[in-house]
Design a protein around this ligand. Structure first.
Ligand SMILES: Cc1cc2nc3c(=O)[nH]c(=O)nc-3n(C[C@H](O)[C@H](O)[C@H](O)COP(=O)(O)OP(=O)(O)OC[C@H]3O[C@@H](n4cnc5c(N)ncnc54)[C@H](O)[C@@H]3O)c2cc1C
Length: 236
């Protein structure tokens, strides 16, 4: 992992990234045909992955927080809209419909749940970074799913208004989808969460005999082995 100044001779950035959502972010292809000063290598030559591994909790929390922010923005837009949009012939706002309020309740509880999960993930990460990994995976999963669900519900209750490009909801709707594919994607997260729940090795899909000496490593032993790998940079 290295920091390379823009305009460095031999560095070619292919502007190939044109994404549907989170468009301020990019992951362009880099073609590199130059030498990089050793002081530009983050963590020293070959040390980048260890640094990256150690900042994993912050990275996961950051991505989860971005999704929670999207969920809250979509919820806020929808709540505001259903209070202001009045329908003929009664002149009552959309919020006068119980069916609309049920959607509002779904958004509120989903955001609340995601927020609690994020707070818990942050608390656990501060207390014990490694113990936090399974909890953080769940946090990202919950927040990613919350953003998609809330943006979708908000799109429903705001009707054609939410669908207009002039309104921010269409951006929240597109942005929400990005969180689910950005590493670790939702399916990989589910797999890791399932393995953690069963006390299995997160790096292996093979399960040894379920009883006797070769039974799967207990959650406690598994975590202690993971801690060792984590601290020595072997866990990637
Ligand atoms: C908005 C945005 C910003 C990004 N920014 C960056 C960035 O800054 N830096 C960077 O390096 N990359 C970035 N990426 C790229 C992103 O990290 C990749 O999209 C991601 O690594 C997944 O790779 P992929 O798209 O090739 O999907 P694939 O790896 O091909 O996965 C496709 C699908 O296969 C399934 N799948 C894959 N792996 C597993 C697994 N282990 N278990 C179960 N199912 C699985 C899932 O359904 C997954 O969605 C960004 C992506 C987005 C959308």
């Amino acid at each position: 992992m290295a920091v390379i100044p823009a305009g460095q001779p031999g560095l070619d950035v292919k502007q190939s990234w044109d994404a549907m959502g989170m468009r301020a972010n990019c992951a362009n292809t880099l073609l590199l045909d130059c030498r990089i000063p050793i002081q530009n290598c983050v963590g020293g030559p070959g040390g980048g992955m260890t640094r990256l591994t150690h900042s994993l909790p912050a990275l996961i929390l950051g991505l989860a927080a971005a999704s929670l922010g999207i969920a809250r923005a979509a919820q806020s837009f929808a709540n505001d809209h259903v209070m202001r949009r009045k329908l003929a012939p009664t002149g009552q706002p959309l919020a006068a419909f119980q069916g609309v309020r049920l959607h509002v309740a779904d958004m509120a509880t989903t955001v609340h749940t995601a927020r609690l999960s994020l707070l818990h993930g942050a608390f656990t990460a501060e207390t014990d970074q490694l113990e936090a990994l399974p909890a953080l995976n769940m946090t990202k999963y919950i927040c990613n799913k919350a953003a998609i669900a809330v943006a979708d519900t908000a799109m429903q209750v705001t009707g054609g208004h939410g669908f207009l490009r002039a309104n921010p909801l269409e951006r929240h709707y597109r942005d929400a989808r990005a969180g689910a594919v950005m590493g670790a994607n939702l399916d990989a997260l589910r797999d890791m969460i399932g393995k953690a729940a069963l006390g299995l090795d997160p790096r292996s899909d093979t399960i040894t005999a379920p009883t006797g000496e070769n039974r799967p490593t207990s959650g406690k032993r598994q975590r202690s082995r993971l801690r060792e790998d984590y601290l020595t940079g072997r866990l990637t």
